[in-house]
Design a protein around this ligand. Structure first.
Ligand SMILES: C[S@@+](CC[C@H](N)C(=O)[O-])C[C@H]1O[C@@H](n2cnc3c(N)ncnc32)[C@H](O)[C@@H]1O
Length: 230
């Protein structure tokens, strides 16, 4: 199996042939939900924000346009170069970091108000997840928020089927056959456990048909906002 970086460089170089939306410059539903969530609380769209697994920057650049001081991090150099190019074309000051979110981050302690993880950490194994969550804990300010948009398995029939037909090496994981790609799909209770010590402050289950390869799947995702347990 290819390393994460090789795998994602190949996906982005192919024009995102499996995950078509990733090549787009339009924000994802997760970024829109995040902004709506803050607006619902009458919070200004400002602060220091990091998007892990930012891909070609469709969300990070859009959020920088909205007023956040934004940073994007991704394991794919191909995606980061394109994200930087797009930010420059838009005249935006966005910091992009090419790096693995499961390794120590080149960011200071308590330096962020928001960490966004949109369909990304479901790819990590439990050891990587533990290192990742330590970095979130270190870098997020005490009153900061950690927003997740991640795969559901309460209602998602594709995830339920793959967990039985093509299980992965760890509980709650399966392998997508077309890509030899491991994903984790969770119930809300499992999200609270897997992402502890962070505490679920808000959650929404979202129905979102998603095109993957040549097919559209009836997918469900969790949009969850977590806070630090202090
Ligand atoms: C399904 S895509 C989601 C992209 C983006 N968040 C969006 O919603 O458009 C997952 C992203 O995570 C990145 N990624 C995968 N493993 C990573 C890791 N260990 N560290 C940093 N980024 C990673 C991939 O390169 C890819 O851009």
């Amino acid at each position: 199996m290819k390393s994460g970086a090789e795998h994602w460089d190949e996906e982005y170089s192919s024009g995102s042939k499996h995950f078509h939306a990733l090549a787009s410059s339009d924000p994802s539903i997760s970024a829109i939900k995040f902004v709506e969530y803050l607006e619902g609380l009458h919070k200004p769209l400002i602060g220091d924000l990091l998007e892990v697994g930012c891909g070609m920057g469709r969300n990070t650049n859009w959020l920088a346009q909205k007023g956040f001081r934004a940073t994007g991090m991704d394991i794919s150099k191909v995606a980061i170069e394109e994200a930087q190019k797009r930010a420059k074309e838009l005249g935006l000051e966005v910091k992009y970091i090419s790096g693995d979110m499961a390794l120590p981050w080149p960011l200071s302690d308590n330096s962020l108000d928001f960490i966004l993880d949109f369909v990304t950490s479901h790819l990590l194994n439990l050891e990587q997840l533990s290192s990742y969550l330590s970095e979130v804990q270190r870098v997020l300010r005490d009153d900061g928020r950690f927003a997740l948009y991640t795969l559901d398995r309460t209602k998602d029939q594709q995830a339920q089927r793959l967990l039985v037909e093509n299980p992965g090496p760890e509980p709650q994981t399966y392998i997508i056959p077309e890509m030899n790609h491991i994903e984790r799909a969770l119930t809300l209770e499992e999200i609270a456990e897997v992402y502890s010590p962070f505490i679920v402050e808000h959650s929404d289950l979202i129905y979102r048909p998603t095109r993957f390869g040549d097919q559209t799947y009836e997918k469900y995702y969790w949009f969850v906002v977590l806070k630090k347990s202090i």
